[in-house]
Each structure stands twice: as structure tokens, then as C-alpha cells.
Write a protein that binds this ligand. Sequence first.
Ligand SMILES: [Zn+2]
Ligand SMILES: [Zn+2]
Length: 269
Amino acid sequence: MKLNFCSLSSGSSGNCYYLGNEFHGILIDAGISATAIRRFLKNMGISMQTVMGVLITHNHIDHIKGLDGLTSRSSVPVFTTEKVWNSILTPKKKIARDCIREISLQESFHLAGFDIEAFSVSHDAPETIGFHICAGEEKITIVTDLGHICQTASHYIRAANLLIIESNYDEQMLVNGKYPHFLKARIRSDHGHLGNHQTAAFLADNFSDNLSHICLAHLSKNNNTPEKALQTIHRAFSEKGIILKSHQRIAVLNRNSPTNIIGLIDQTD
Ligand SMILES: [Zn+2]
Ligand SMILES: [Zn+2]
């Protein structure tokens, strides 16, 4: 049985990722409309009815925009921490009570055949979490919004075979760009986003042969390009003498459209 990963959308205009096999799967974040999520899944031959749950990283709109629509029509369970729930549920944002599932940091839970752990990352929301998802031998870590890589995040990133990690901005484009000073400072802060150099340097310092796929995520529309993100990581790797093996891939996830499904493993039940 093949395990597939697909990014439906990645960036500040919306984040949504799918992980699953031919029978069932999960979504990570729902930052595009429920209609778009259903349409993208359908185009890939995936029915929303096979989605067993949605994991939510934090309350920013680019991660929860489609949540009301998904839960009102599909009543799919949604998993996040109490703190993140408290920041999502407002008088304007109502989620059906029976869809709410509360999880604890670094306590494994089981969903759709996966063992999943949430962990805290540094970002400017009341709480932001990353997810480490185990499917047998395959380990997937997803961290899309973080200003720096703390020890906990580092542990889960280094444990991944498939890593979805933010590479938000090119330093020069951000510094020379049109954003106001306060916004540039926020993005570059420890509670903002990871720049290309931060991500590339961390991965070059912590590279292992177990890492089969690196997906660069949450690229800024105004302060980055896919080419710059890729060049930065390839340069950092070559400076460290790292040569990718034939099974290892680095990809940039599209901002507004799905990125091809990555078939990970043949799972045996
Ligand atoms: Zn975001
Ligand atoms: Zn955010």
C-alpha cells in the first residue's frame, strides 16, 4: 500500500497538506476554502469522506480559513491543543462541538493508522505546533511557521524521512523590499518565519542519509522565489560537501496550487 503526501497549497495565502494511503488519510491545516480543499482532493482521486481528521498548527488565517466549511459539511474531527483551540474559537469562528478533539504536546495519539505527536514551535501566535507523524518506519515532520529552530523542533526535524519545512524569505529581498520596518522585523524575529539561509544552514548542519524528501514550504510571495530557496539550500549543502543520493529529493511546494504527490513507501498492514 502506497503512502502519499501532497501539498494542496503552501504559503501565506493558505496552507493545506494531505497525507494518506488509498483507503484513508489526514489533512494538516485547512488554510484554503473548504471548496478548494474538496476540489483539489477530488482531482487527485481522493474523497473527503476518506479524510479521518484535520491537524491544526495555529490560529493564523492562512491555516484555518477553510475549517468552518470543512466541519459544517463533513463533520470531520479536528485535532489541536487546548491553547490553539482557545485562540481559534471566537464568537465569529464556530466549530461544531463534536468535531473538536484536544491533544497534548508530545503525547502520541493514533489517527488513520498514524502515530502522531504535536510539539511546540516559536511563532507569533498564542501557541503554534509542528507535527511528527509515524507511519511504520516512515517518519514525517511538518513545521511551516517558526522564527527559529528550538531544541524540541530540532529533535523532530532530525528524526524525519520526509520533512516539510518553512523557507519563507530571501534575506536580501526582505531587507530591500517594500514591507514596513515593523513587518520586516516581525518576519525576521525568533517568533516570525524561517529565512532561506536559516533553513539551509540547519539542514546542512543536521543532514542525514535517512532524510529522503525535503519539501520547502510557506514561501513568501513578495520576498522569495522558488529558485532562490533551492539555490540557497544547494549552496549550503555543497559548502558542507553533502551530495544527495539517488533516493533523496529537495522540492519547493507551490504557493497556490497542489504540488505533485510524493509516493513514500509500500506499507504492509
Ligand atoms: Zn502561515
Ligand atoms: Zn503563522
